[in-house]
Design a protein around this ligand. Structure first.
Ligand code: PEP
Length: 252
């Protein structure tokens, strides 16, 4: 029997100014408080500019806050970057690392992602480590191999079910409206869990959460979240509307 509590995480990406970010975060915290309580944890990851504002606004609620990235170093000459300790200091409990947009826009390698995840954990944050194949890799039959390789390369050495979440995000499904079929998602999630078992042992692998990300919406969430190895969602577009994000949480 699985003991994994689902996690519904919103990745706001580079969206929102103070007023709409605040309204969105408060809206989610309010529906969460009003109930019925969903059978999942809920998290929002605003842009760095809004983290302090959002964290203050939802402090004391059941809504967790996370960063979308962090630097591998704790401090120093890294203009424009944000340390994991600074995110924790603002009230974050999580940091996304290795999102495909970071891997593409900032040329982040698995080694960089691993260093960032390690830094997040050292600061007391849960690292949400993103992996996923491109369409070309899927079409070439390399899906499982690519995900296994990214997992091995990006997973911190001290990963545990408590300090790490994996997000499987097929690149071709992110922001495209094209979603993995349940069979495609389950196949990759099961392969990731098997690889985790080989790295961490069967016990920890059975408890570590693996999220699906890629055009998850209210109308496809129930089917995806019912899959045996899907332990929640990392949600972009649909996390920008309270009603949609809440509807996804309700189907968890
Ligand atoms: C994401 O940002 O991680 C994501 C999955 O986006 P979307 O839900 O918009 O595809």
């Amino acid at each position: 029997m699985t003991t994994r509590r689902k996690l519904i995480a919103g990745n706001w990406k580079m969206n929102g100014l103070k007023a709409d970010g605040l309204a969105l975060a408060k809206g989610v915290a309010e529906v969460l408080a009003a109930g019925p309580a969903p059978a999942c944890d809920m998290l929002v990851c605003p842009p760095t500019t809004l983290v302090a504002l959002v964290a203050d606004a939802v402090a004391g609620s059941k809504l967790a806050v996370g960063g979308q990235d962090c630097h591998a170093k704790t401090s120093g000459a890294h203009t424009g970057d944000t340390s994991a300790a600074a995110l924790a200091d603002l009230g974050c409990g999580y940091a996304i690392v290795g999102h495909s947009e970071r891997r593409t826009d900032h040329a982040e390698t698995d080694a960089v992602v691993k260093a960032k995840a390690t830094a997040a954990q050292a600061a007391g944050l849960v690292a949400i480590v993103c992996i996923g194949e491109t369409l070309a890799q899927r079409d070439a039959g390399q899906t499982l191999e690519v995900n296994r390789r990214q997992l091995r390369g990006s997973l911190p050495d001290a990963a545990t079910p408590e300090n790490t979440v994996i997000a499987y995000e097929p690149v071709w499904a992110i922001g495209t409206g094209r979603v993995a079929t349940p069979a495609q998602a389950q196949e990759v999630h099961a392969a990731i869990r098997a690889e985790l078992a080989a790295i961490l042992g069967a016990g920890p692998a059975a408890r570590l959460r693996i999220l699906y990300g890629g055009s998850m919406k209210p109308d496809n969430a129930r089917e995806l979240l019912a899959l045996p190895d899907v332990d929640g969602g990392l949600i972009g577009g649909a996390a920008l509307k309270v009603a949609d994000f809440w509807a996804i949480a309700q189907s968890a």
